[in-house]
Design a protein around this ligand. Sequence first.
Ligand SMILES: [Zn+2]
Length: 280
Amino acid sequence: MSIYSYRHVISNERTCYWMLHHLRWPKKVSCPRCQSTTSWTMRDQGRPKYRCKNCRYHYSLLTGTELHGTRLPLTKWVLAAALFSHGISSMGLSREIEVSQRIAWKMLQKFRAAIQSSQILRKLRGSVEVDETYIGGRTKGKRGRGAGHKAIVIGFRTRTGKVRSMVVESIKTKQMQKLLKQQVAQGARLYTDEYSIYHPVRKWGFKHRRIKHSKWFVRGQTHTQGIEGYWGHLKPTLVGRHRSVSPKHLPGYLAEADVKHNLGLDTDFTDLILRCLLSK
Ligand SMILES: [Zn+2]
């Protein structure tokens, strides 16, 4: 959806409030502590506050969400989410919604954290390409495996096009085994290159096809071009939009890129971000 389509919502605080209310509780208000849907309603400066009839907990729209305790108007949050969904830097956001760059940066971090924690981590199945890459750092010259000061990122891509990428501290066989067990269902067919960390994957319960990059890159279905293509698209996006991405924040940026990629351009991403913010 375009930012223009949010113009009515962001024109006033009350409309924003009720839109978010509907996103959090499409049917009935429910207690964040015990999930009971019976409550007393009280008013506080026009906004309802609820008291759970089951556990007596007091709560309101933002209780227990990422937006709890925010001093910014909700209109700014919704506009920021819409801008974020189209890709924006903290500098750009600070100009558009008239907050300091520090606050804009914190808002973007909140969006990324919300997406990361809400990602449904179902294990990947079927045919899965696995590859690693190196992102960030300022070391010139050294490239590829063993390049210093860069974050190591492991990526998975199913042949249906879903991607998942994550930062790892080091690249060792033991760590690879743990990661694969977390992310990929047993019996899946893995496509990797000849790197030694992938050698024991059959022992770990996966089928395995190896690409001999020294001889050929594609042989029938045996290739890792999907995930390599994703890296090719990801890196310029990260470098182009944000001057530098610190390793500490890289997981958030990766989650943002993965979700955007997996959902495709047609999905209403703003809506999704707001849901993530409210679903804590
Ligand atoms: Zn309750």
